[in-house]
Design a protein around this ligand. Structure first.
Ligand code: 2AM
Length: 181
């Protein structure tokens, strides 16, 4: 089995800027700079021989290129414990459209997705669960974060290798987006 997800890869300069935000929260496991990405659609564990079907389905996605602005900070929590810290994105209809098309293409090919609403984000830290107070300063300190616009002209199918030293994400296949709308 192989573990797959689709994402927007981020350029080095942007990952470097994001990595500078990765400090100052006790109990946070910060993501490695090379791993920072914006997930479009998690696919999960699939048989190795599904890869060609998945790549083929993604190749049929038609969606325009667009500019993406990473901005603001947020978190995910369950049971009053913070599980992840992230940087968000400014609302961008072309990103939503791309996510819906990727999701639909994978569904049609028989790969079910996450029923939760798409919340575009770049995860900077994951944690076993810390009290909201412990993350409050970090969140307040980065609400005004705003990166220069990033031209998104492709998306990427990644394989996730889970290991003791943390995950390693291997780009397997990229799909070009069309001209800007
Ligand atoms: P996250 O950034 O919010 O943790 C690779 O694991 C990517 O797929 C991560 O960016 C992760 O999102 C996303 N993802 C979505 N659903 C997932 C799941 N059920 N298990 C692992 N990763 C998931």
């Amino acid at each position: 089995m192989i573990r797959l997800f689709t994402a927007i890869a981020l350029p080095d300069t942007l990952r470097r800027r994001l990595a500078m935000l990765c400090a100052g929260v006790k109990g946070a496991h910060w993501a490695r700079e090379e791993n920072l990405h914006l997930t479009l659609r998690f696919i999960g564990e699939v048989p190795d021989d599904s890869l060609a079907d998945i790549a083929g389905a993604l190749d049929r996605v038609r969606s325009p290129s667009f500019d993406l602005v990473l901005a603001g900070a947020g978190h995910f929590e369950t049971r009053r414990r913070v599980r992840a810290l992230w940087i968000g994105v400014e609302p961008e209809p072309a990103l939503t459209a791309l996510q819906e098309r990727v999701d639909a293409a994978l569904l049609r090919s028989g790969f079910p997705g996450d029923p939760r609403r798409f919340t575009p984000h770049v995860t900077l830290a994951r944690m076993g669960g810390i009290p909201p107070d412990a993350a409050a300063d970090w969140l307040a300190g980065h609400t005004l974060f705003r990166a220069p616009p990033l031209a998104v002209e492709e998306f990427t199918l990644f394989r996730s290798h889970l290991g003791h030293g943390g995950a390693h994400y291997e780009p397997l296949h990229s799909v070009a987006l069309g001209p800007r709308a």
